[in-house]
Ligand binder design. Structure first.
Ligand code: SAM
Length: 125
């Protein structure tokens, strides 16, 4: 029981530290006039807001990394959206492919988005 209590306490502390970090990043971003790339949590909310506002059915991401933004978008838009993410790094690509293997509406592509994106956009049109 004591062990479980300790784990919960630790998780709460990690959550609080994460939250404070995000908060500081967002405050800094706003203080700097919202210039440059927004911090991840804000970036994800902005993407979701645009997808909803314009009722977009497709989301393309250049650079999957570990796929957290992709997961957030798909969770927010449920299965109504087709999500495509392009990753250059082979290890990250394989990990993302595995992570999203059960999602029928997510396509992970391996390669340079500078080369893949123009072809992809042509196909979508
Ligand atoms: C900042 S991370 C992306 C974060 C992710 N979009 C997110 O919001 O969680 C950048 C990623 O882009 C990948 N990358 C860099 N150049 C690329 C390129 N030309 N084409 C595709 N992926 C690229 C890197 O390997 C890395 O995983």
């Amino acid at each position: 029981m004591k062990k479980i209590k300790n784990i919960c306490l630790r998780l709460n502390i990690y959550f609080c530290i994460d939250f404070i970090r995000w908060f500081i990043r967002i405050v800094r971003y706003i203080k700097n006039g919202c210039s440059g790339a927004p911090p991840d949590p804000l970036k994800r909310k902005i993407i979701l807001a645009y997808l909803s506002k314009y009722d977009l059915k497709c989301f393309i991401e250049t650079g999957t990394y570990i796929g957290d933004t992709l997961a957030y978008i798909v969770r927010g838009k449920r299965k109504s959206i087709k999500a495509i993410s392009i990753e250059l790094d082979k290890v990250l690509f394989k990990a993302a492919k595995k992570r999203f293997s059960s999602f029928g509406n997510i396509l992970i592509l391996h390669g340079n988005s500078g080369q893949i994106l123009p072809k992809l956009v042509k196909e979508l049109n």
